[in-house]
Design a protein around this ligand. Structure first.
Ligand code: ATP
Length: 438
């Protein structure tokens, strides 16, 4: 199995993900996406938006502010209850989430490695001596305004509430009718007790969420819950995630928010164990009722809709797509990313970097392909090294312009996964690549 360290070092080496504020020693729980990481993340978000908004008649988009009136978080219950149980070791004073400690205690000490081991043992190998758990609120506070004391507000702990507080605005400004959804992608912030496992648990991260409003009816809402579960799982599988490493996990009753009528997570089998990266939640009428919002249907009947939510993490998905795509066959490291997710779709090489005619033709090929596909250029080292470098970042096709190209107007196209090479006429390149990249 791919180790997390394989991905951490590839991500750094090739410009996917860097530690945040690295030149100042980093900042725990914060990460920066490099030139390739931003492309991967943008591809994920674009494909999600395409599926959840553009391909449907019943979903509209929204982009709410990150910082909202603090009353929003009072009403939503976050100020009182957006908490994790915190324990502290009386000896080494490290702090952990009590529920994570309990989960790890079920494993034998021999199975524990890395960050998991730190949950149970002090650096000297002795077991931690924990305090009783206390409640720790995850909301990140900010201070605003020019007069002292400044106004306390919060960076949003989930992007969800921005949708609920705009429910009425969306209903009255568009033609949506229940059942309908509001989709949003954006940053959320949590003062996590133990950020870790690379980007998996960060303090700043992005969510992609749908809040789908349905009539307050058990059967109808259950039907939509099942529908969205399937839709979301299929989305990951269609983008190349191996179904063997995916599963649903139903929340135990004591794990569910008190208002939730049902909750299931989509989990990925990560090197650090099965881990949530999207939740499908039946939130009932909790949020709209807390914000005192209702819906009036065409017959004039007024009611509080129920909500089915799909809440995914962009960063956790990006990490799991990288883990899923990583292959090493002894000679090559290949990121077998779905072409739609790959940062570059095609790379163009002149066979030699010092032959002007080759460069000119290769540049022409690159310029033309760039109109349709994100295209890389490489003229360093030999062709073999260039192939290896593109395999490692997941570029599905490499195109070499050689001396024969100057005579026959054709190029060699090499496939990342099979390494099979085809000779393709330059004017036919677009037709050759398009179906393979879709
Ligand atoms: P966990 O139990 O792992 O703390 P959660 O159940 O609190 O997660 P949700 O509140 O359901 O998570 O958030 C929805 C999604 O947002 C998660 O499935 C995940 O993809 C993402 N997410 C939540 N917290 C983080 C985090 N600290 N870092 C990165 N992504 C996160």
């Amino acid at each position: 199995m791919t180790s997390l360290q394989d991905i951490v070092s590839l991500a750094k080496r090739r410009g996917f993900i860097f530690p945040g504020s690295e030149i100042y020693g980093g900042f725990k729980g914060f990460w920066d996406y490099g030139p390739l990481g931003v492309e991967l993340k943008n591809n994920l978000k674009r494909l999600w938006w395409q599926t959840m908004v553009y391909d449907r008649e019943d979903v509209v988009g929204l982009d709410a502010a990150i910082t909202m009136n603090p009353q929003v978080w009072e009403a939503s219950g976050h100020v009182a209850a957006f908490t994790d149980p915190l324990v502290e070791c009386k000896n080494c004073h490290k702090r952990f989430r009590a529920d994570h400690v309990v989960a790890k205690k079920k494993l034998s000490a021999a199975d524990l490695t890395g960050e998991d081991k730190l949950l149970l043992f002090c650096s000297k190998g002795e077991e931690h001596d924990f305090t009783e758990p206390k409640v720790f609120n995850l909301l990140t506070e900010v201070c605003l305004g020019t007069t002292e004391p400044k106004q306390k507000a919060y960076l949003r702990g989930e992007i969800t509430q921005g949708v609920f507080v705009n429910f009425q605005n969306v209903v009255s400004s568009t033609r949506v009718k229940i059942p309908f959804g509001i989709a949003q992608i954006g940053k959320a912030f949590r003062n996590e007790i133990t950020p870790g496992n690379f980007t998996y648990r960060s303090r700043e991260f992005e969510q992609m969420e749908l809040e789908f409003f349905v009539t307050p009816d058990d059967k109808e809402s259950q039907r939509w819950f099942t529908y969205w579960k399937e839709q979301r799982m299929n989305w990951y599988v269609d983008l190349g995630m191996n179904p063997k490493h995916l599963r649903f996990r139903e929340h135990a009753p004591d794990e569910r928010a008190h208002y939730a009528k049902a909750a299931e997570d989509i989990e990925f089998e990560a090197p650090f164990g099965w881990s949530e990266f999207e939740g499908i939640h039946h939130r009932g009428n909790w949020d709209l009722s807390r914000h005192k919002l209702t819906y009036k249907d065409e017959s004039g009947e007024e009611y509080i809709p129920w909500v089915i939510e799909t809440s995914g993490g962009v960063d956790r998905s990006a990490l799991f797509f990288l883990l899923n795509a990583y292959h090493h066959d002894g000679k090559r490291t290949i990121l077998k990313l779905h072409p739609q997710l790959a940062p570059f779709k095609v790379a163009v090489f002149p066979l030699l970097a010092n032959k002007e005619k080759l460069i000119t033709l290769a540049q022409k090929v690159k310029t033309e392909l760039s109109r349709s596909f994100i295209t890389a250029w490489d003229d360093r080292g030999n062709i073999g090294k260039r192939y290896l470098a593109q395999d490692e970042i997941g570029t599905p096709f490499c195109i070499t312009v050689d001396f024969d190209s100057l005579k026959d107007d054709s190029v060699t196209v090499r496939d990342r996964d099979t390494t099979k090479q085809d000779r393709v006429a330059i004017p036919k390149l677009q037709d050759y690549l398009s179906p393979k990249l879709e």
